[in-house]
Design a binder for this molecule. Structure first.
Ligand SMILES: [Mg+2]
Length: 395
């Protein structure tokens, strides 16, 4: 069974008494799933909003394709109803420099504007924040949280009840060969069945040696390996590198060449023996007609959805619907959010019913993350219902 591919969106209907409309989809294995399409209807409220900046410190510097990261700024949007001021909805707007299209110099002005005009939230969710996808995601999250009584349970499910978990990939950070190998062994020993390896940092030959050494010990059935080039390959040599990589039973490669080269990427997707997943390519593509055009032009095997970079759940669901129309696979990934953003993304992800391992393993990165009910065990992300949030830094 090819997991999680949506074959067709059958119909969209809304329950007038509920804030969530349901989008009914059929997976290509014939299973019907419902997933919430956001249709926030809060006209009954008199809303107030504030925001707070919070600097997240990494436990240890993380090597990324855009340099070494030691800290990350997130802004937290807090929304409440004047009639019921002790209930807070919280959303996270986190910007990844060099990746988010949000202009960090304009973020606080925009947040001030939204807080002053929070009762116009519908305008901001629909079209007022197209250049600020991180804020759009944060606002959407805060409103859903408020609508669900401010308990950080945005999408009640088996996941939030603690009876089910989400399989995730183990993320292996860039670094020297030995450091990367050590991380891989640790991930496999702690129960992950899928690892994701950032490549394009230590040199291609050394990376192939690393992948070979994993495959010598662990077969394709033991461990699924995904690689992410973050656009590191050149147009000239990308296909040769994809051919070499494909000799090692990998699942897929993310973004082999830089985004914005649709013609070259389309050629690679057509000829590559290794499945290609678009990631950075999707950022900033609006409206829906342009999303469709991108998928129909490039025809990737997979797309990767990061709600924090794409403008939230509603926007990500548009991509999912289009991927279904074009018979493409997809999975969800967090983008270095704190536990507030990660919690919202994880709960939403669970409702999508996609059984592929998701990219939601980033919660343990920060020394000053918020304590939360999220926990990672045996390659799965779990929600522990009795475990409380510690949000004192935000109030
Ligand atoms: Mg990626």
């Amino acid at each position: 069974m090819e997991r999680g591919n949506l074959l067709a969106v059958l119909d969209r209907f809304s329950e007038p008494t509920d804030s969530l409309a349901l989008l009914r989809c059929a997976r290509n294995d014939g299973v019907m799933i419902n997933f919430p399409y956001l249709c926030i209807n809060m006209c009954k409220y008199n809303l107030k909003a504030t925001f707070k900046k919070h600097k997240l410190q990494l436990k240890r510097p993380a090597g990324t394709s855009r340099g070494v990261l030691t800290s990350k700024i997130s802004w937290f949007i807090v929304v409440r109803d004047e009639e019921n001021p002790n209930v807070h909805g919280i959303g996270e707007a986190g910007i990844l420099p060099g990746l988010s299209i949000d202009d960090p110099n304009k973020t606080e002005n925009k947040l001030n504007e939204i807080c002053q005009n929070i009762n116009d939230y519908r305008f901001y969710l629909e079209k007022g924040l197209i250049d600020f996808p991180a804020i759009r995601f944060g606002l959407e999250t805060a409103l859903i949280d408020l609508e669900k009584n401010g308990k950080r349970v945005l999408f009640p499910s088996g996941f939030t009840k603690g009876t089910d978990s989400i399989e995730i990939n183990g993320l292996v950070w860039m670094g020297k060969f030995d450091f990367m190998r050590k991380q891989i062994v640790e991930k496999i020993e702690s129960g992950f069945s899928c690892i994701k390896l950032k490549i394009g940092a230590i040199g291609f030959d050394e990376e192939i040696t690393l992948i070979k050494s994993i495959r010598n010990e662990f077969s394709e059935n033991d461990i699924e390996i995904r690689v992410d080039a973050n656009g590191a390959f050149s147009k000239k040599n990308a296909l040769d590198k994809l051919k070499i990589l494909s000799g090692h039973n990998l699942h897929s490669i993310e973004q082999p060449i830089k985004q914005g080269q649709w013609e070259e990427m389309a050629k690679l997707c057509e000829t590559s023996p290794l499945s290609i997943a678009l990631d950075e390519e999707l950022i900033g593509i609006e409206p829906k007609a342009n999303k469709r055009k991108l998928l129909e032009t490039i025809k990737p095997q997979y797309i990767i959805l990061k709600p924090g970079l794409l403008g939230g759940f509603g926007q990500s669901e548009e991509w999912i619907e289009l991927a279904g129309d074009n018979n493409m696979g997809w999975w969800i990934t967090s983008a270095l959010e704190s536990n507030i953003g990660l919690n919202a993304i994880a709960q939403w992800t669970y409702t999508l019913g996609n059984k592929m391992p998701q990219g939601l393993g980033t919660g343990q990165l920060y020394a000053n993350n918020f304590e939360s009910p999220l926990a990672i065990e045996k390659g799965g992300l779990h929600y522990v219902p009795g475990q409380n949030w510690d949000l004192k830094d935000l109030f």
